[in-house]
Design a protein. Structure first.
Length: 210
């Protein structure tokens, strides 16, 4: 993941972050460990003339499985498929219209949770610097292009429950849907959700990625 992609996700999340925190500035110098930071200024309780700077660190992560990302980005797979197509064309004039890569990805109840939970150890590292009042996660997916209802009514409550059950240390976790451009709060440490959601009766929703 590159800086441009991280900033794109941050831009999509900005209106929602303003709803949560009020107006803020993005620190242009914070680019890694964590990936971004926003700075809030609030009136100090001691004096209306003084302001207290609140700094929120932001980790930005992709939740998709590494093996799936590697396969879809593997140039060797594409190269081999291209060579097969050329060989068939030269041999008998045939040309396959089948996609060079195709992968069926399912989205079980743990899909968002697992992609976020893998970052748990980063929290202590960032907080030890003493430069942050909160550390949050912005998570996104290149593959999770399913209907909003499935995310809101199934993946979100399970993410809240599973992260709460594990006492996930980050202050908040927000999933940014690249399809709908809508950020969704999937965890708030100050409001743990410990009621187990209902298990889905149907098979997990999936998508075919080409």
């Amino acid at each position: 993941m590159n800086i441009c992609e991280e900033r794109s996700i941050l831009k999509l999340a900005t209106p929602f972050l303003e709803e949560l925190y009020g107006s803020f500035e993005i620190d242009p110098h914070q680019l890694d460990d964590p990936d971004a930071a926003i700075i809030l200024k609030q009136n100090s309780t001691e004096s209306k003339l003084e302001t207290k700077e609140i700094r929120i660190g932001i980790e930005i992560t992709i939740i998709d499985k590494q093996k799936n990302l590697q396969y879809l980005n593997d140039e060797k797979v594409t190269k081999n498929a291209t060579l097969d197509q050329v060989e068939a064309l030269l041999k008998d004039g045939s040309y396959s219209k089948q996609p060079m890569k195709k992968l069926l990805i399912t989205f079980p109840k743990e899909y968002i949770y697992e992609g976020i939970f893998k970052k748990k150890d980063k929290y202590a590292k960032y907080m030890q610097t003493g430069g942050y009042d909160e550390i949050i996660i912005l998570a996104f997916s290149s593959h999770l292009h399913v209907n909003q209802e499935y995310i809101e009514n199934y993946l979100k409550p399970w993410s809240e429950f599973l992260l709460s059950e594990q006492a996930f240390p980050f202050d908040k976790a927000i999933f940014v849907c690249k399809t709908t451009k809508k950020p969704i709060l999937v965890y708030d440490k100050s409001r743990p959700q410990l009621n187990r959601p209902q298990q889905h009766d149907q098979e997990d929703v999936g998508t075919e990625v080409i």
